[in-house]
Write a protein that binds this ligand. Structure first.
Ligand code: SAM
Ligand code: SF4
Length: 474
């Protein structure tokens, strides 16, 4: 979400006449878009700010702004610690960024733009650069779930969704510009549509999840409705992949699961076979203290149903270790969950108390060294699973959307490098694939067929099968 917000700020500033600097040392304006979900991320944002202070002593004084959830959380209090900072802004002020910068350029100092947008509806337009094949599309903002550890409802405000018709028009424009893969963004996309009357009269089915009726009220728009409307819209015929992130297991509805079925059985044809469904812990007691309100048994049942619909589906999750009162046995339940579900990707974090949340009132009683040991143990455990999951893919063929040149050229064997580059991209199931190709032009944005020849715990390696002698991007 922060990447999408940053792209939006860049695009708005470009429209207002600014250009990206070649190096941060040459910039006239530096914005830090900080995440406040974990303590560490806040420290990183603030200490990065500190490094830019040195430019002042070097005789330069770029304008400095701190934004995102960190700006929303810190507001004016940050000026005590960082008096050299010029302004602070929250996620709801992003669209005003050119005007804010102009005021600061005219001499405004220590200003705070952190009011929530109180309007009932949420409307926006995604911005994509020419030639961009992938785009993040915000379909909703805020979160009403209030998990006890999480600061997001306090920094991003109440949940509000765009209307399906606005999202479809936005997507049609993006596809017209060459976008072929979209990631629909929201903290919990399964709540998408809450409060928006189903004016288009789309498939008015009530959503049902593990606890029964979930999601928006009957008569309102829903996320599965949006996916199906995207699949049916002729303006989106050239859109090849739909992804989304994130969804909450509590209201991961049966109707959303059905979207993963093969198209001949009623599935959404372009929905990528990939699901990131954060579970947070393998222990029902810890989940209950986290305010997650879902149970491990129903979560496993959802994952099993998904795998039955598509055995090659790529699975991911988020986990927190060292939540207050988590015992060693409860941590081991999380390891057992990894064995049971067999994820491809896991994002794991040591718990850090966030100000204002309910969990912050509990004693943070798992010592840091235990949290860190559990985190490392969990990552090592998952590495073996990912290694095996990736190795199982050797010999298969995948369609890969090329994201660009790989960061390192390790794949280029000696003597073979002339005219060849290593490219990186992703399969529909979200697995990273690196492959070698000698191409007359950039392959970024193209969908190419690759045969997998090797694997590691984080990526697949393959040989290009598509002809790349010519062809347009995307
Ligand atoms: N909305 C998504 C969901 O419900 O799963 C995730 C949102 S949160 C921005 C991303 C991840 O950060 C969470 O899934 C959780 O694992 C982690 N996280 C949130 N608060 C945390 C905290 N206080 N300490 C450690 N990790 C945290
Ligand atoms: Fe945070 Fe829970 Fe909302 Fe996700 S669902 S953003 S973890 S409060």
């Amino acid at each position: 979400m922060n990447v999408a917000d940053t792209e939006r700020m860049c695009s708005l500033l470009r429209d207002s006449g600014m250009e990206a600097a070649e190096a941060v040392e040459q910039a006239d304006l530096i914005l830090i878009n900080g995440c406040s979900v974990r303590d560490k991320a806040v420290h990183k944002a603030v200490s990065t700010l500190g490094t830019y202070q040195d430019f002042v002593t070097a005789g330069r004084k770029p304008l400095l702004g701190l934004g995102g959830c960190v700006g929303q959380m810190e507001k004016g209090t940050i000026f005590r610690r960082a008096p050299y900072l010029d302004f602070v802004f929250g996620p709801d002020a992003i669209d005003q960024i050119p005007e804010i910068v102009s005021r600061v350029q005219q001499g405004e100092r220590h200003s705070v733009y952190a009011d929530f947008d109180r309007r009932d509806d949420y409307s926006t337009e995604t911005r994509a650069l020419p030639g961009q094949a992938q785009a993040f599309v915000n379909i909703m903002k805020g979160c009403d779930k209030y998990c006890t550890y999480c600061i997001v409802p306090f920094t991003r405000g109440r949940e509000k969704s765009r209307t399906i018709s606005e999202v479809l028009d936005d997507l049609a424009k993006l596809v017209g510009q060459g976008v072929r893969e979209v990631t629909l963004l929201g903290q919990n996309v399964n709540s998408f549509g809450k409060g928006n009357p189903n004016k288009l009269g789309l498939e008015p089915r009530a959503l049902v999840g593990p606890i029964g009726r979930v999601g928006p009220e009957e008569g309102e728009e829903t996320f599965p409705m949006l996916l199906r409307a995207m699949d049916a819209d002729p303006r989106l015929a050239e859109l090849k992949r739909i992804r989304f992130t994130s969804s909450h297991p509590l209201d991961f509805s049966d109707q959303l699961l059905e979207c993963y079925a093969p198209p001949s059985e009623g599935g959404v044809a372009r929905l990528a076979p990939h699901l990131h469904l954060p579970v947070q812990s393998g222990s029902d007691r810890v989940l209950s203290k986290m305010g997650r309100k879902h149970k491990i048994e129903s979560y496993i049942a959802q994952m099993d149903r998904l795998k039955a619909l598509n055995p090659d589906v790529g699975l991911g999750t988020d986990l927190i270790v060292g939540f207050p009162t988590e015992t060693e046995e409860e941590f081991e339940e999380t390891l057992k969950l990894l064995d049971r579900v067999q994820y491809d990707t896991v994002f794991a974090f040591a718990y850090s108390p966030r100000p204002g949340t309910r969990a912050a009132k509990l004693p943070d009683d798992v010592p840091d060294e235990v949290k860190n040991r559990r985190l490392n143990q969990l990552l090592a455990h998952q590495k073996l699973i990912s290694e095996r999951r990736y190795a199982e893919r050797v010999g298969r063929r995948y369609e890969v959307l090329v994201e660009g040149s790989a960061k390192n050229d390790l794949m280029l064997r000696e003597g073979e490098s002339r005219g060849l580059r290593v490219w990186t991209g992703r399969t529909g199931c979200n697995r990273v694939v690196n492959f070698r190709a000698g191409a007359p032009r950039s392959l970024t944005g193209r969908f190419l067929e690759v045969e997998i020849t090797d694997s590691s715990p984080i990526a697949l390696t393959g040989n290009l099968l598509s002809d790349v002698s010519e062809g347009s991007s995307a």
